[in-house]
Design a protein around this ligand. Structure first.
Ligand code: G3P
Ligand code: CA
Length: 324
C-alpha cells in the first residue's frame, strides 16, 4: 500500500491507472480543498474501492473535479477586516482573537512605524480616532503610545466590557505571537501613502520572518514602491496592490509587478464584473459588509472578501455552499 498526495489532473490519471492494476482506496480529508490524499492497494484487480471519511462532502468533491482545465477549485476566504471591527475595537488583540473565534480564514491589519522604529498595528497615521491619546505615530515613541487605551473609544459597542479599556495599540510582533496557535492567513497593509516611514518594509519583513511561524502572509499597500521594495527584499513574498477603482489590464499588473493578488474595493468589482472575471482567483475584495455583496462575491469565487462582520459572512458562505 502506498500514499499518494495528488492534484486534479493526477486524480484522473490515478483512477484510470489503478482501475487496471488494482483496488483503489481513496481517503479524502474534507478540510483540504485543493488536494486530496489517496491510499492505494493492489490486492484485488479491476475492483476499485473508494472509502470516504465520515465528514466527506460529496458536493465539494464533485465541484472540485468538475473544474475545467486550468481552473482551481476554490471557496472564497473570509478575512476579518482590522480584526473584527464591526463588533470589536479595531486592530486590537481582543479584536483579532474574536475574529479567530468566529472562524475567519485570515486577518487584515494595518501597520505604521513609531518615532523609535517600532512597528505598531493601527489604521490611522495618528492616535486620535481610535485611542484616548493624540498625535502622529511617527512623532511618538512606542512607550508614549502604550500609555493610551485602544479600546475605550469603542464603549458604545454591544460587546463592550471593561477589559477593553486595557487594550493597547499592539505591535506586529504581539499580533504574530497571538496568532501562533491558529492556522489563519495574515494580510499586513503597510500604510505608506501619507508618510514614508523609512525602513518600514525591512522592519516588517524581519518581524514576519522571526515570528510569522511560516503562515501565509500577504503584504499589501496602496503605494506601489513599498511593494517593489518588499519584492526586492524577498522575491518570494506575497505582495498585493491595493486598488480603489479601475485598474486597466489587471493581468499585466499581476505579471509585470509580480503581484500575488490585487486587493480591490468591492464596488470596483461589482460595477464591472466582466473586466475582472479573468483574475477573480487573484482578487481580494474590501470591505464587504452588505449581505447581497457578500453573496455575489462568493458566487464569483474571488479569492477572499474582507469584512467587518466575519460571523455574518460565514453564515452566508455556508448557505451558498450548501446550495451549490
Ligand atoms: O485592505 C483593504 C482595506 O483595509 C483598505 O482600506 O482604509 O480599511 O485600510 P482601509
Ligand atoms: Ca487596511
Amino acid at each position: 500500500m502506498c500514499f499518494i498526495p495528488f492534484l486534479y489532473k493526477d486524480f484522473l490519471m490515478a483512477v484510470v491507472a489503478f482501475c487496471f492494476i488494482g483496488e483503489l482506496v481513496v481517503m479524502i480529508d474534507e478540510n483540504v480543498l485543493d488536494k486530496f490524499s489517496v491510499l492505494v492497494s493492489s490486492q484485488q484487480l479491476h475492483k476499485p474501492k473508494i472509502q470516504m471519511k465520515e465528514n466527506f462532502d460529496w458536493s465539494k468533491f464533485i465541484r472540485y473535479f468538475a473544474c475545467t482545465e486550468g481552473e482551481t477549485f476554490m471557496i472564497t476566504k473570509i478575512y476579518g477586516h482590522r480584526g473584527c471591527m464591526g463588533t470589536y475595537p479595531e486592530n486590537t488583540l481582543a479584536g483579532f482573537m474574536q475574529a479567530i473565534r468566529e472562524g475567519v480564514d485570515g486577518i487584515e491589519l494595518d501597520v505604521h512605524m513609531t518615532k523609535d522604529g517600532e512597528i505598531v498595528v493601527i489604521h490611522d497615521e495618528f492616535l486620535d480616532r481610535t485611542t484616548d491619546g493624540t498625535g502622529y505615530i511617527k512623532d511618538l515613541t512606542f512607550a508614549e503610545i502604550r500609555k493610551y487605551s485602544a479600546g475605550v473609544k469603542f464603549s458604545h459597542y454591544d460587546a463592550f466590557v471593561d477589559q477593553w479599556r486595557l487594550e493597547k495599540v499592539p505591535t506586529l510582533k504581539e499580533v504574530l505571537e497571538l496568532l501562533k496557535p491558529y492556522e489563519v492567513e495574515l494580510n499586513i497593509e503597510l500604510k505608506t501613502t501619507r508618510f514614508m516611514y523609512k525602513g518600514i518594509e525591512e522592519a516588517v519583513h524581519q518581524i514576519v520572518q522571526s515570528y510569522g511561524n511560516n503562515r501565509k502572509v500577504i503584504y499589501s499597500s496602496f503605494h506601489l514602491p513599498t511593494l517593489m521594495r518588499m519584492n526586492k527584499l524577498d522575491p518570494n513574498a506575497d505582495i498585493a496592490l491595493l486598488v480603489e477603482g479601475m485598474l486597466p489590464h489587471p493581468h499585466e499588473y499581476l505579471d509585470y509587478f509580480h503581484l500575488e493578488s490585487v486587493h480591490i474595493s468591492k464596488s470596483a468589482i461589482l460595477n464591472n464584473v466582466a473586466h475582472w472575471k479573468p483574475v477573480f482567483p487573484r482578487l481580494r475584495a474590501w470591505t464587504v459588509n452588505d449581505a447581497n455583496d457578500m453573496k455575489q462575491l462568493f458566487d464569483l469565487r474571488v479569492a477572499a472578501i474582507m469584512t467587518d462582520f466575519p460571523e455574518k459572512a460565514l453564515i452566508y458562505r455556508n448557505e451558498r455552499e450548501a446550495f451549490i
